[in-house]
Design a protein around this ligand. Structure first.
Ligand SMILES: Nc1ncnc2c1ncn2[C@@H]1O[C@H](COP(=O)(O)OP(=O)(O)O)[C@@H](O)[C@H]1O
Ligand SMILES: [Mg+2]
Length: 494
């Protein structure tokens, strides 16, 4: 084998080993260009790849030693060499571009005084997927037949490597897409939200799902507390057992007690037979106590016992029974304040609140308004057989400005009503019948300034879930001022 051949062969072997180990497409293209230029001692070079979206049909993906990337692009655009390579799928070599009659008409060659050009296609089976272009202005006849053969083989090697990298990247992207689908959509089907506040809440939800810890979900009415409670049950290991939701404020005290704890025959008039309570029914599953702040004090003590001893005693019974329930509770009240006012047991609070998940009010996460609105639009259109596919931008900006004291529930109702009322395929601003928060609610007369101040502070505390720092921020006062006022009003024990 002549020296040059063996040398080229060794070089090709080494190059193949190196480029086949690079999986990042851009890094690979840079390496390919650099290797070709170094080996052929070219001054400038670039690689183009076929791009069906581009009007020329290809794009410069990497270049070297052109004054700007744009200069390389212009060279490729005006180069008759490039067109010839693409058309024929054959390499092109010119020893003296200035006198080569094939390129007489090509302005770029003349104006840049390019002397030697070599351009080889990147071929994959029968298809040209790109090309490597190298040139030199310094010496005539820099590239020869030998260089051409070398570069042609090199081009084939590079094409395979590039295709591999592309495939690898496609798989990687597909994998990432599937993974994010699994973690966002599939894990919480029908739960919408992309704001960072909402995602932070969901992140916490994910972390408690596979545990048995008691979770307290706080947030204003309509923020999705029950939805999240159900998601925790449905995704967790208790999903095949029952989920029981009880609203503590909806059932009168005596009834609530017998419903929750059950009773023994004869425990009270009308107790004609033994009855199992809802807590016992839920054994092995999840009990969701909504509006836990309204749980009467006598029942707070009994619930504490269930959580501490993991057993339950029916009304009128002397014997206890083991129960294993996971407790999720929810409230839109500030339980800390209820404790301070002596209305809620602190020991129970600590048992309920192993992990607190606070769901932010909709007005604090306006990023979620468009996605939620579109989600409800789609659902309502389907339910009511309407063809409303879009929300006009005027309507959307109105939705974004609204205060949403009823949170997601209010948004859902507003969108659903608008879909029913809408005449067109697009929701118009007039279709939105937004609750006008009454002037009285915002500014109430007949109060002293201090009473008004106190009301405003309490309402803001309610909206922030009792967070004093955020309350002070919202009111534009110092934390100190707020703490001083709360102390003065007697709502503070800290
Ligand atoms: N992030 C969300 N994605 C989809 N629907 C939501 C979301 N948050 C709340 N909803 C819907 O809004 C309504 C109110 O939610 P709910 O869980 O009952 O709130 P809360 O218990 O806090 O009052 C329900 O119809 C619920 O499905
Ligand atoms: Mg609720």
């Amino acid at each position: 084998m002549p020296e040059q051949h063996r040398d080229n062969f060794t070089v090709l072997y080494e190059i193949a080993q190196r480029i086949n180990s690079i999986l990042d497409e851009q890094e690979l293209l840079e390496e390919v260009l650099e290797t070709a230029m170094a080996h052929l001692d070219a001054e400038r070079g670039y690689i183009v790849m076929v791009d069906p979206e581009d009007e020329r049909g290809f794009n410069v993906v990497v270049s070297k030693n052109f004054s700007t990337p744009k200069a390389a692009d212009e060279s490729a655009a005006s180069s008759s060499v490039m067109n010839k390579v693409f058309k024929s799928g054959e390499p092109v070599l010119t020893f003296d571009a200035l006198s080569d009659e094939r390129f007489e008409a090509s302005r770029s060659i003349v104006s840049q005084r390019i002397l030697s050009i070599i351009c080889v296609p990147l071929r994959l089976q029968e298809e040209t997927i790109g090309a490597i272009y190298l040139d030199s202005t310094k010496s005539r006849g820099k590239f020869n037949e030998e260089t051409l053969k070398f570069l042609a083989v090199f081009g084939n090697l590079a094409a395979v490597a590039v295709e591999n990298a592309k495939r690898y990247n496609r798989l990687k992207n597909e994998n990432a897409r599937l993974q994010s689908e699994v973690s966002s959509t599939n894990l919480f089907p029908g739960i919408i939200g992309k704001s960072k506040q909402w995602k932070a809440a969901l992140d916490l939800v994910q972390r408690v799902i596979d545990t048995d810890v008691s979770v307290l979900i706080t947030g204003e009415s309509g923020t999705g507390k029950e939805l999240i409670a159900r998601a925790i049950h449905n995704q967790g290991k208790r999903r095949d057992m029952s989920f029981m939701a009880i609203n503590c404020s909806a059932i009168p005290e005596p009834l609530l007690e017998s419903e929750l704890f059950g009773y023994r025959k004869g425990a009270f008039t009308g107790a004609n037979a033994d009855k199992k309570g809802l807590i016992e029914y839920t054994d092995g599953g999840t009990l969701f106590l909504d509006e836990i702040g309204d749980l009467p004090q006598s029942l707070q003590a009994k619930l504490l016992r269930v959580l501490q001893e993991r057993e339950i005693r029916r009304l009128g019974d002397t014997e206890s029974r083991k129960v294993n329930v996971r407790l999720i509770s929810a409230t839109n009240r500030n339980l800390r304040e209820e404790i301070n006012n002596g209305k809620f047991r602190e020991d129970l609070y600590f048992r309920l609140n192993i992990v607190e998940i606070h769901l932010p009010a909709l007005r604090e996460r306006t990023d979620d308004i468009p996605v939620l609105a579109n989600h409800f639009l789609k659902k309502a259109s389907e339910t009511h057989g309407r063809n409303v596919g879009k929300i006009s931008s005027a309507a959307m900006s109105r939705l974004l400005r609204h205060s949403w004291y009823g949170n997601v529930r209010e948004l859902q109702n507003v969108v659903e009503r608008a879909v029913v009322l809408s005449r067109g395929e697009e929701l118009a601003e007039e279709d939105l019948k937004l609750e006008q928060y009454s002037e009285e609610e915002l500014v109430q007369t007949g109060l002293t300034l201090e009473e008004f101040e106190r009301k405003l502070v309490e309402k803001t505390l309610g909206e922030t879930g009792g967070n004093r720092t955020r309350t002070a921020e919202k009111l534009g006062v110092s934390l100190r001022w707020l703490q001083y006022r709360l102390k003065e009003w007697g709502g503070d024990s800290r």
